[in-house]
Design a protein around this ligand. Structure first.
Ligand code: BGC
Length: 350
């Protein structure tokens, strides 16, 4: 079978190669890959900036935003041939740490977790993949064309859960949220915000194209003015930061209403320095009981929440987020971002 492989930390090493078909071990099922979403992490791995090959090997099968159709599943597993499924990205560390022992592997404390397509386990960027039935989630068959959005939705479902948990430390009834960045994470955060009945605002640099249209179609408000002006106008109770742009991160921290929560989801590049008045930031956070919370990855409870959110969403709206579908053989095109891209997907079914 063909797989998209890469030698981590070696820029330009990505290649589609013929590799042996996977075999489903005990408790695993064999899945035909349908689609693979491409995100910033994949681009970082291909650029040689991130990623780990499986122990004893040089190359890793790339891909963590999966969608496939079950070919064979163990009897009594709850899965059957033909089911539409998504594989979970992270696996608990082998110790395991307390969080991993409590199925909260997204909160791993010792950093020894593994991740499919990212850290030490082959990913889902292949024509066939095997997955443990306990780390796969069945999707509504109606989601066949958009189910590849599941993994980024799990990241957003976790971010919202973190916001709720932080908020519930005292009386909490948020009404306005600002999402910074209208990429896939930002737009899915908007979807979940609207589903919660919040007044949702979005800030992004794009002034035309699919991003403002997707935001307005949900009844949310799109802004492309400066952050300072937007936060002043909106006074958000919650900011979900989905750009990772250093200056925006700090403006977000200063820009919430009192008892504000900033949830950071963007993985920023390191080494870009900005000058910040830490005293002012501290003063404001203390005097307003503000919280800044980082959020990464997702556990099985977030996969369940994401599956529900997608099942409730408008399918036409979801399909607008997939702005390009590229065959596996032309993966280089998919990895090269274009200004109008929201989510680019590799077609694995040939
Ligand atoms: C993935 C997460 C993963 C993180 C760090 C993100 O792109 O969506 O599942 O934990 O990268 O490796």
């Amino acid at each position: 079978m063909r797989a998209l492989t890469v030698e981590p930390l070696t820029s330009g090493s990505a290649e589609v190669r013929d590799v042996p078909d996977p075999e489903a071990g005990p408790g695993e099922m064999l899945v035909e890959g349908l689609a693979l979403g491409i995100c910033g992490t994949d681009r970082e791995i291909v650029a040689g900036e991130y990623g780990w090959a499986p122990p004893g090997r040089d190359r890793l099968v790339l891909g963590h935003e999966s969608l496939g159709r079950v070919r064979t599943a163990p009897p009594g597993s709850g899965f059957a041939a033909g089911d539409l499924v998504v594989g979970v990205v992270r696996r608990p560390d082998p110790v395991p740490c307390g969080a991993c022992a409590h199925d909260e592997f997204d909160m791993c404390r010792n950093g020894r977790y593994t991740e499919r397509g990212i850290k030490e386990i082959d990913g889902y960027g292949s024509e066939l993949w095997a997955v443990e039935t306990g780390y796969a989630v069945k999707l509504d068959p109606r989601l066949e064309h958009v189910g590849v959005l599941m993994e980024p939705t799990t990241v957003v479902a976790k971010a919202w859960e973190q916001v709720d948990r932080v908020g519930s430390r005292a009386w909490y009834e948020p009404s306005r949220v600002l999402v910074t960045g209208a990429g896939p994470i930002g737009l899915l955060a908007v979807l979940l915000g609207v589903q919660r009945g919040l007044e949702v605002h979005v800030l992004d640099l794009a002034t035309e194209g699919p991003k403002p249209e997707a935001v307005e179609a949900l009844g949310a408000q799109y802004h492309s003015a400066g952050m300072a002006e937007v936060v002043q106008r909106v006074a958000p109770d919650v900011i979900i930061e989905a750009t990772g742009v250093s200056s925006l991160v700090f403006e977000a921290m200063a820009g919430t209403a009192s008892y504000g929560i900033v949830c950071l989801t963007g993985v920023s590049p390191v080494g870009r320095k900005i000058s910040v008045d830490v005293g002012a930031a501290n003063r404001e956070m203390v005097l307003e009981n503000d919280v800044v919370v980082g959020s990464v990855n997702a556990n099985l409870s977030h996969y369940a929440a994401a599956a529900d959110a997608l099942a409730k969403a408008d399918l036409d709206w979801l399909s607008r987020l997939i702005t390009r579908r590229v065959p596996l053989a032309r993966f280089e095109e998919a990895l090269r971002g274009r200004p109008d891209d929201i989510k680019v997907v590799l077609d694995l079914a040939g």
